[in-house]
Design a protein around this ligand. Structure first.
Ligand code: 3PG
Length: 210
């Protein structure tokens, strides 16, 4: 199963900010125990690359890199073992570097122009970010009319209260969000709490299956 198929099978992508790589293994164990062995580790802290390496080396978590905004970060993420890359916007430089590595990349796209730019670069799956302030599920539906083959991963402002709106759309491959892995809980070492949030999210997503 390729990586994008695995992400759509999981339906959920936890967006993670790790302040220290020492938390990466505990977090990975919580994700696995909670039933969602997937993580998008964001390049928002200096601990990102090392955290990705620790999680990737375990072999039981589908770990990708998020907030990848430069080709240099693409290189770092891939070297650390990231299996996919996520960018907040549609950057030709980031996409082309990811393609050179042969690693799937999800660029952020919320307008027809951005979706079209991603298509021109050979992609058919984009991150719809920031989802909540970019028109939410109705905007994805509207974009799906002209772009029937495109799949979206809405992220940003998604949580238990509005998850159903996004997962109901056939063009939504998966939904991303940080609500499943709150940064302060990770920092506090509350991995049981994270595991419970993950398990709740998995149960909710299961209950919303068509
Ligand atoms: C991201 O980078 O995808 C977002 O910061 C996640 O958005 P959220 O915190 O609203 O889930």
């Amino acid at each position: 199963m390729d990586v994008l198929t695995q992400l759509s099978a999981s339906r959920l992508v936890p967006v993670v900010v790790l302040d220290q790589a020492a938390d990466a293994d505990g977090l990975a164990s919580a994700l696995v125990a909670g039933g969602l062995p997937v993580a998008e580790v964001t390049f928002r802290t200096d601990a990102a690359a090392e955290s990705i390496r620790i999680m990737a080396d375990r072999g039981d978590v589908l770990v990708g890199a998020g907030t990848v905004i430069t080709p240099a970060q693409v290189d770092q993420a891939v070297a650390a073992g990231a299996r996919y890359l996520v960018s907040p916007g549609t950057s030709r430089a980031v996409i082309e570097r990811a393609q050179e590595h042969g690693v799937p990349v999800l660029p952020g796209a919320v307008t027809a122009t951005e979706v079209q730019a991603a298509l021109e670069l050979g992609l058919d799956t984009v991150k719809f970010f920031p989802a909540g302030t970019s028109g939410g599920a109705p905007a994805i539906s509207a974009l799906s009319a002209p772009f029937g083959g495109v799949r979206f991963v809405p992220t940003g402002g998604v949580g238990p209260k509005n998850l159903h709106e996004y997962l109901a759309l056939p063009s939504v491959a998966a939904v991303g969000g940080s609500w499943m892995v709150p940064r302060d809980r990770v920092r506090a070492g509350d991995f049981d709490g994270v595991q419970a949030l993950i398990a709740d999210a998995v149960a909710l997503a299961q209950s919303l299956r068509p």
